[in-house]
Design a protein around this ligand. Structure first.
Ligand SMILES: *[C@@H]1O[C@H](CO)[C@@H](O)[C@H](O)[C@H]1NC(C)=O
Ligand SMILES: *[C@@H]1O[C@H](CO)[C@@H](O)[C@H](O)[C@H]1NC(C)=O
Ligand SMILES: *[C@@H]1O[C@H](CO)[C@@H](O)[C@H](O)[C@H]1NC(C)=O
Ligand SMILES: *[C@@H]1O[C@H](CO)[C@@H](O)[C@H](O)[C@H]1NC(C)=O
Ligand SMILES: *[C@@H]1O[C@H](CO)[C@@H](O)[C@H](O)[C@H]1NC(C)=O
Length: 675
């Protein structure tokens, strides 16, 4: 541990040196005083200048003395952020419309080939609040039936808020559809900032995941790999990056951890951070993964998307369904230090600011009745225990409120709000700041298969405190365990993740055990390890951490051809008991895959189960260690088994495509309970 810390320290020193000496600067460092960010937002001091709004023909400027933001009006697109001597933090070589903007990706279900990317360009500006402590602007685009064809059928209200004394600004969006509007599929919504490439070269996503990044041009001059997002850097401007792979999906993060990320400029030492203080408006629940920042330099806040989950997460509006949802506010935070201090300390400060923002949620300032204040929200508490082979507290269980649906439906839910927390070691949970509405309470517990759902719908009222009391989760089980492979935790992280092809590395993950799955091309390492014969796992002999490949992928047989593979689990039974055995098959991911299970034979007579064609989460290609969770409880009539040696075959039948396959979460064989 001490060694690892030392290594990180050394790397950081190297990076600081790099930042100081390698990066050229285009900034005009004027003599504006560096304001230390204010850490106590409730004591906005009169020491800070008032917020000022200046309106011009085609833009507005909001200035609070710490920074100023220029927004095209009425479009509602950020064109300039002036801070700490940097004339424009945003990339002013880009068009005005391509610097700081909201967008939505949608299609008309009667014409699915015709996808649109809509930048939600405003039609008029409303000044909602304009006083010395707050300026709040609303850029609106109402929808009508006469609208242009490429505009999504939503009423758009994009808000920007600047507060006095705060080194950054907020943005949130209110999207609305009225009853009777046309069918539409909406796949993705986000806010995007594209920064000055000469200045912002160092990106930070977490304590461990930060590095000097390639430039946009480095990518352009590189060699695209199996998909265009992944590029081998063949002519990088910084020779240290020569031969590395860059892919934005290598920087993805689970929603629960996707709270602060961004970029550092070393000269002048300035940070630009995307802070997302709540997950209530994101889709797919706490472990859905999404993009963060990536080469460009780009910083995103993804509000909803189909990444690592599939098109079923798209919002489908049919039969004139009305809808309204508030996305954000997110906080765009600017910080700086003196040239004597390490620019990397900006990351530590950004994390602190993230905590300040998170603790101030729900905010008191958004001037919209669609955004409930703390007193208008509710609280739900309780305690969860698990009754499996014994009774145990549900430790670190995920407990959440999401729109009513079937077990697991929250994984594919995008229209409503979700509120998740984790239990303490005694299973107690407290879900705070819940918007009034109807919910189901869902939970799952690391270490156990399946998931819990409270039987009735929960109605949260304004200001209500709902005590659920003791909840008992009974995970699926039909009998005692004969054997098991893996840990039921909804990821494949505990299995064998191979080292990457040494010519296709991202050096960031070279020394990291926990994130090694983020390397490019691991799907082809299966072929390197198992060139002719597939994986065989002998229960009681093999170890799943070293002998179970993390993804059941196809074999590359040359000329871009991939063939289906069959894995074997060998196990002994002392005797066979009359009755039904059960296979609990939990998948952590599936993409264009079909898993067939046969026992003691490869013919049709031995077939005990097929998943049929499932999955579009694409987690293998996107270097995620999981996508959506699937659980199958499979009955195996005892006549399939025999005393002595048995073989269970897992065949992923869909060949041809390199990214078809599944990741197993956990497999268990149970014997009949009537012993
Ligand atoms: C923030 O400032 C207010 C008013 O000055 C004070 O009451 C409060 O204790 C401060 N909070 C923190 C966390 O320092
Ligand atoms: C919309 O997003 C989906 C998923 O990210 C992508 O497949 C599609 O190409 C995008 N369409 C447009 C028009 O950008
Ligand atoms: C919006 O601000 C105005 C005054 O600036 C105030 O009267 C009103 O209550 C505010 N509304 C909300 C929803 O915050
Ligand atoms: C590779 O596959 C393509 C398409 O299937 C085929 O046309 C081509 O002849 C193959 N090349 C070799 C060297 O086998
Ligand atoms: C075993 O499974 C078969 C097939 O699903 C079913 O018909 C039978 O009732 C089960 N037997 C017992 C004892 O549960």
């Amino acid at each position: 541990m001490g060694k690892m810390k030392d290594m990180i320290f050394v790397t950081k020193i190297l990076v600081v040196i790099l930042l100081h000496f390698v990066i050229s600067t285009g900034a005009s460092t004027s003599s504006i005083n560096t304001k230390r960010p204010l850490k106590n937002h409730s004591s906005v001091s009169v020491l800070y200048p008032p917020v000022q709004l200046h309106k011009y023909d085609d833009h507005v400027v909001v200035d609070n003395g710490i920074f100023s933001i220029t927004i095209a009006s009425p479009e509602g697109i950020v064109t300039r952020i002036n801070y700490n001597g940097i004339d424009n933090i945003l990339n002013d070589r880009n068009e005005n419309s391509d610097r700081g903007y909201w967008d939505v990706n949608w299609s008309d279900p009667s014409d699915l080939k015709d996808g649109h990317l809509d930048k939600l360009t405003g039609k008029h500006l409303d000044v909602i609040v304009n006083n010395e402590n707050q300026v709040e602007l609303s850029f609106k685009r109402p929808w009508t039936f006469a609208q242009e064809k490429n505009q999504v059928s939503l009423n758009i209200d994009k808000r920007f808020v600047v507060l006095r004394g705060l080194s950054g600004f907020y943005s949130y969006g209110i999207f609305e559809r009225l009853r009777g509007w046309p069918d539409v599929d909406i796949y993705q919504g986000r806010i995007v900032f594209k920064l000055q490439e000469k200045l912002f070269r160092y990106m930070a996503v977490s304590d461990e995941r930060q590095r000097l990044m390639p430039t946009f041009e480095d990518r352009e001059k590189g060699k695209p790999l199996d998909f265009p997002e992944a590029v081998l850097l063949t002519h990088p401007s910084n020779s240290r990056l020569q031969g590395e792979v860059d892919d934005k999906y290598q920087y993805s993060t689970e929603n629960k951890d996707n709270r602060v990320h961004g970029w550092i400029c070393s000269d002048p030492p300035v940070g630009f951070w995307m802070i997302t203080p709540s997950n209530e408006f994101r889709n797919g629940g706490p472990v859905k993964q999404d993009l963060t920042s990536h080469a460009g330099p780009v910083a995103l806040s993804m509000f909803f998307s189909t990444h690592y989950a599939g098109p079923d997460l798209g919002m489908k509006f049919r039969d004139g369904e009305p809808w309204k949802k508030v996305f954000g506010p997110v906080f765009i935070y600017l910080n700086s230090v003196t040239t004597e201090e390490s620019p990397l300390s900006l990351w530590d400060d950004a994390k602190e600011e993230m905590l300040v923002q998170t603790n101030s949620w729900p905010y008191h300032f958004p001037n919209s009745s669609d955004y409930p204040r703390a007193y208008q929200r509710g609280l739900v508490t309780g305690q969860l225990v698990v009754r499996d082979v014994g009774l145990a507290f549900a430790n670190s269980a995920f407990v959440g409120l999401a729109p009513p649906g079937a077990l697991g439906s929250w994984q594919e839910e995008s229209k409503g709000y979700q509120f998740w927390t984790q239990t303490d070691e005694k299973g107690y949970f407290e879900i705070k700041n819940v918007r009034p509405g109807y919910y189901h309470l869902y939970a799952w517990v690391p270490g156990y298969i399946g998931e819990y759902m409270y039987q009735s719908i929960i109605y949260v009222l304004k200001g209500s405190k709902i005590r659920m009391g003791l909840l008992v989760h009974k995970p699926p089980r039909n009998g005692p365990t004969v054997w098991e492979i893996g840990v039921p935790d909804r990821t494949a992280a505990e299995f064998y993740v191979p080292p990457p092809n040494p010519t296709l590395m991202n050096q960031l993950y070279a020394s990291q055990r926990t994130d090694s799955f983020r390397q490019y091309g691991l799907w082809d390492r299966y072929t390197d390890l198992y060139p002719d014969k597939d994986l065989v796992y002998t229960v009681g002999v093999n170890n799943y951490q070293t002998d179970w490949f993390f993804a059941h992928v196809n074999r590359h047989v040359g000329n871009k051809t991939y063939v289906s593979t069959t894995w074997t689990v060998l196990f002994d039974l002392e005797d066979v008991i009359t009755g039904n055995y059960t296979i609990q098959l939990a998948l952590a991911s599936a993409t264009n895959a079909e898993v067939q299970i046969r026992i003691n034979g490869v013919g049709d007579a031995s077939l005990v189960f097929t998943t049929k064609l499932i999955g579009k989460d694409n987690a293998i290609a996107r270097h995620g260690i999981h996508g959506l969770y699937w659980l199958y409880s499979i009955t195996v009539v005892h006549s399939h088994l025999r005393a002595g040696k048995n073989a269970l075959y897992l065949k992923q039948t869909r060949g041809s495509y390199p990214f078809s396959g599944v990741m197993y979460d956990y497999i268990r064989l149970e014997r009949p309970s009537r012993y």
